[in-house]
Design a binder for this molecule. Structure first.
Ligand SMILES: O=C(O)COP(=O)(O)O
Length: 229
């Protein structure tokens, strides 16, 4: 069935937000008496939402101990504080995002963002890059009871757009996006430049890998042409 909506992951798909996430993580680690970690390593902690990022970052400590409840709470509060200040400072749109979103819109598709990033940080980031107007729905990590890889946020975005998962396409960068899309019964494309918890996107169960959001729009146009033939 030809899709009438496209749902996008944010971090690692539309925007390279890792520099700011890494700066906030290292500022939090400094507060907690831990040394700074390389940005690439912090990139492998991103994807399952902010609490998991903080947990993973705190578990990287000299004794290898899992952080206790108090340390976790302190770390999370510190991270949120720093990220509030740093969000959007060094973030960048990936090449092809504006062209791709414009092409999807031209083709009459409804668009949404489904991110595990908290609501406090998502609309301001989209507004900073002038992208807010593209999206009929923005579902964040704290919008629903569950985050990706649970399908609930994708199902919620579809209902906000007035469509169903069977009529939507998901575009993401990680195993969390792919598992959520599959569980929702939605076709899914992956971009290869994101985070994917440090693993190769070629091992993901996707319908295809596209080089950019602009290429995702071309992919969908091709599929629609084939299904009309
Ligand atoms: O906040 C995260 O862990 C990742 O956010 P994303 O779902 O936009 O990739």
């Amino acid at each position: 069935m030809a899709p009438n909506a496209v749902l996008f992951d944010l971090d690692g798909t539309l925007m390279d937000t890792l520099p700011d996430l890494a700066d906030a993580t290292n500022a939090m680690r400094a507060d907690m008496g831990l040394r700074a970690l390389p940005q690439d390593l912090i990139g492998t902690y991103v994807g399952k939402g902010t609490p998991v990022l903080v947990q993973r970052a705190l578990a990287n400590n000299p004794s290898g101990t899992v952080p206790g409840e108090d340390a976790f709470k302190q770390g999370l509060a510190s991270f949120l504080d720093h990220y509030q200040r740093l969000n959007g400072r060094r973030a960048q749109l990936y090449p092809g995002v504006r062209e791709g979103l414009a092409a999807f819109r031209e083709a009459g598709l409804k668009l949404a963002v489904v991110t595990n990033k908290p609501t406090a940080f998502t609309p301001p980031l989209l507004a900073q890059f002038g992208l807010s107007e593209y999206f009929g729905a923005i579902v964040c990590g704290d919008t629903c009871e569950c985050k990706k890889p649970d399908p609930l946020p994708l199902q919620h975005a579809c209902s906000l757009l007035g469509t169903t998962p069977a009529h939507a396409l998901f575009v993401g960068d990680s195993v969390n996006d792919v598992q959520a899309a599959r569980a929702a019964g939605m076709p899914v494309l992956a971009v290869p430049y994101g985070y994917n918890e440090g693993k190769d996107v070629r091992n993901l169960e996707v319908d295809d890998i596209v080089a950019s959001i602009a290429d995702a729009a071309k992919w969908l146009a091709r599929q629609s042409q084939i299904s009309r033939q």
